[in-house]
Design a protein around this ligand. Structure first.
Ligand code: NAG
Ligand code: NAG
Ligand code: NAG
Length: 396
């Protein structure tokens, strides 16, 4: 100790002086500020570089392939599935399904990232209409855009529309159909398209890809109608129904349609719904809503997406949604206004397309484009009077 005092000559004395210590503290603070500013400027520059790089990649992509948004390597078939018991007895199409069952990522050919006004603003969308439509169904999309899927406000709440699609055909025909969708999307900004075969067995995949897109581009949307392009959806009624429910902010569980409980898997190998015992062993499915159309909250859509991450794909898309719900401990709910097998008409003598049978429904399957166009204009006719009409079976 004494030593250190002795050896501590002018420098120590300087250090002990109060003025000097204040100076050191000030210098230290200055160094910190410079360092902080420096790292800020550096980060700013490097993120600028990163942005430039991304921009360049994007430009290169758009230059070579007009509408490339997210690319994924081509998913390879899994030949090992051929080793499973029963594989040789599966119908050919089911074998194809099995080879590609593990594939969950496909290049996106068409995207509408601003559909909901950007992820942050997506809570402004009250009802997003999500319509499965294959590239060939141009006529159906055209009619939907003019009728129930028209983008508009109802009771001050926004209704938006998106079609979800894969690709069909091969070679030139595939290219032609992709061009059709590209042209449509340029005009309407309402198509999501991924580069996978748009087939019945790939509908579950399409559903999962949509949910993934929603998490990215439309995460706070309040409600969704998930449906086919051949249904009559009374979207004004849907908005009113959802608006009048308690907790209409979409942050609670809601999954509504025509519920099937205890449905056994189809075991006839000629049926399009055939599912071999080797793939699904139980003798009934979890409760699920018929796929023609159902309503769900943004919350439930997001839960289903999370559950889907760990559930192997089953080709029947509506059953698969039920499996995801069950895994989350949630139930689908029935609504009498959803009619997957057409409207019940009390007598064969009555006109099944009388608009008064449809003024209070939510959704009816199935309609041809021309019927849809006519029905939508008739139910919206301000002169339509249904008060004395016997519409008891149609009542919600
Ligand atoms: C199928 O099983 C056999 C025997 O276990 C194995 O040798 C073969 O590699 C398997 N095939 C594939 C494609 O995994
Ligand atoms: C259906 O099963 C029967 C009997 O197992 C078989 O003979 C037939 O080839 C199968 N059909 C298809 C389309 O796989
Ligand atoms: C599903 O799509 C993939 C990718 O295009 C395709 O390879 C596969 O054959 C399709 N599956 C069925 C059953 O159509």
């Amino acid at each position: 100790m004494g030593d250190s005092v002795n050896t501590c000559l002018p420098f120590c004395r300087m250090y002990r002086s109060k003025r000097f210590r204040t100076l050191i503290v000030k210098l230290g603070a200055l160094v910190l500020v410079v360092f902080y500013l420096g790292s800020y400027v550096f980060n700013f520059q490097s993120s600028g570089v990163k942005r430039d790089h991304e921009e360049q990649v994007r430009q290169e992509q758009t230059a070579t392939e007009d509408v490339y948004h997210y690319s994924w390597p081509k998913c390879q078939q899994n030949l090992a599935v051929a080793n499973m018991t029963g594989f040789n007895t599966f119908p050919r199409i089911f074998q194809t399904f099995m080879y590609y069952r593990h594939c969950r990522h496909f290049p996106m050919l068409l995207d509408v990232p601003d559909k909901c006004g950007g992820a942050g603003k997506s809570a402004d969308v009250f009802l997003l209409l999500v319509v499965k439509s294959s590239p060939l169904n141009y006529d159906r999309r055209e009619v939907l855009r003019k009728t129930w899927a028209m983008e508009r406000q109802h009771n001050g709440l926004w209704i938006r529309r998106i079609f979800i699609s894969g690709t069909t055909a091969e070679g030139h025909e595939k290219k032609r159909l992709n061009k059709l969708l590209l042209a449509e999307n340029r005009e309407y900004n309402d198509i999501l398209q991924w580069d996978f075969t748009d087939s019945f067995y790939n509908l579950t995949l399409k559903q999962i890809l949509f949910l993934e897109w929603m998490e990215r581009s439309c995460p706070h949307v309040r409600f969704l109608l998930n449906g086919d392009d051949d249904v009559f959806a009374h979207t004004d009624n849907m908005v009113e129904y959802l608006q009048n429910r308690k907790g209409n902010d979409g942050r609670k569980h809601l999954f509504i349609g025509s519920v099937n409980i205890g449905m056994p898997p189809v075991r006839d190998n000629w049926s399009k719904y055939y599912v071999p015992v080797e793939i699904f062993a139980a003798d009934s499915y979890q409760p699920y809503c018929s796929g023609g159309g159902f309503l769900l909250s943004g919350y439930t859509a997001s839960v289903i997406y999370k559950m889907s991450q760990s559930i192997t794909i089953l080709p029947i898309d509506d059953v698969y949604m039920g499996m995801c719900l069950a895994k989350a401990g949630l139930n689908p709910e029935s609504h009498i206004g959803v009619k997957p097998f057409g409207q019940d008409i009390p007598s064969k003598k009555l006109d099944a397309y009388h608009p008064c049978f449809y003024t209070e429904v939510l959704l009816v399957h199935r309609f041809l484009p021309a019927q849809l166009y006519l029905m939508w204009s008739r139910v919206n006719d301000p002169d339509l009077k249904c008060d004395s009409f016997n519409k008891i079976p149609a009542r919600i």
